[in-house]
Design a protein around this ligand. Structure first.
Ligand SMILES: [Zn+2]
Ligand SMILES: [Zn+2]
Length: 286
């Protein structure tokens, strides 16, 4: 087994398709000794006024978005209690309480996040940039796909600045799906190479690990997130990595970890992290 733990997973209370109990059973069946559940922690005061919120309501996954911290706490408290109860019932597998966090650079966000962290005491935090703040609102990659080329390039620049910032804020155990806009074919041309390298250098300086996320294979059968070129940069700057499946259903647990492990070796990545190193990483930074 190339990695015997899986830490980036989602459940039905947020935007996953299965309960935590079902995801845990699937992880056990796949041979993992540890599963972490990492639902979205997304809090922004304007979130209900964005374009993507309508799509979320239509798709029935709007509960992943919160407009204030009391709202997100009301979702995470019972969810984490459920995970603790499941841990007591399933002593043969380790169950960790994570979150995939969108960072927003305001004092309000920082204070709200610190308060939430104290109450929820998550085991680990994944840093993610799903949004850019643009034109007085927040936009996601689907919004980026629907604007003119010039606006899109401006958004993509902001996107990569946000990714660098995720490393620099020092909150996260690791960073999620670095080149997320590739999901919609955005930002893939050669002209982005310098920005990719600047971002990787910044992440390397912040000493934050990065995931090799096999959900990338769901739209590109040849490479996960991030793409081969960025993986080679991660190798050149010795950025530590771990494998993630970003599972939203039971069939995606541990999906293509073996393929990803081969690809990252081909791209020269040698610095892969043990579970303990992933979990310890953040403690050192607090
Ligand atoms: Zn994500
Ligand atoms: Zn995710």
């Amino acid at each position: 087994m190339v990695q015997d733990f899986t830490l980036h997973t989602h459940t039905i209370e947020f935007d996953g398709k299965y309960s935590a109990a079902e995801m845990i059973a699937a992880a056990r069946h796949a041979g993992f000794h540890t599963i972490g559940i990492s639902n979205h922690f997304i809090v922004h005061p304007d979130v209900h006024r964005t374009k993507m919120y309508g799509a979320a309501v239509a798709g029935g996954y709007q509960s992943m978005y919160s407009s204030n911290f009391d709202e997100v706490l009301e979702k995470f408290k019972p969810h984490y209690e459920d995970l603790s109860r499941l841990q007591a019932q399933n002593p043969d597998i380790r169950i960790l309480r994570g979150m995939e966090v969108d960072y927003f650079p305001s004092t309000q966000w920082r204070d709200g996040f610190a308060r939430s962290y104290e109450i929820l005491k998550p085991d680990y935090l994944i840093g993610a940039a799903h949004f850019v703040e643009y034109g007085g609102t927040i936009c996601n990659v689907h919004d980026m796909a629907m604007v003119d080329a010039k606006t899109r390039d401006e958004m993509l620049k902001i996107y990569w600045e946000n990714v660098s910032r995720l490393g620099n804020v020092g909150l996260f155990n690791w960073l999620a799906h670095l080149d997320l806009p590739r999901k919609l074919g955005l930002g893939v041309s050669k002209k982005w190479a310098d920005i990719h390298e600047d971002t990787v250098v910044s992440i390397a300086n912040s000493r934050t690990p990065v995931e090799i996320n096999t959900s990338g294979f769901r739209f590109d059968s040849t490479q996960p997130y991030p793409c081969n070129e960025i993986q080679k940069m991660l190798a050149a700057y010795h950025v530590p990595v771990l494998l993630s499946d970003d599972a939203h259903n039971v069939g995606q647990i541990g999906s293509k970890f073996d393929v990803a492990a081969t690809i990252l070796r081909e791209n020269g990545i040698k610095n892969t992290l043990s579970l303990q190193k992933v979990l310890d990483f953040r403690e050192k930074r607090l």
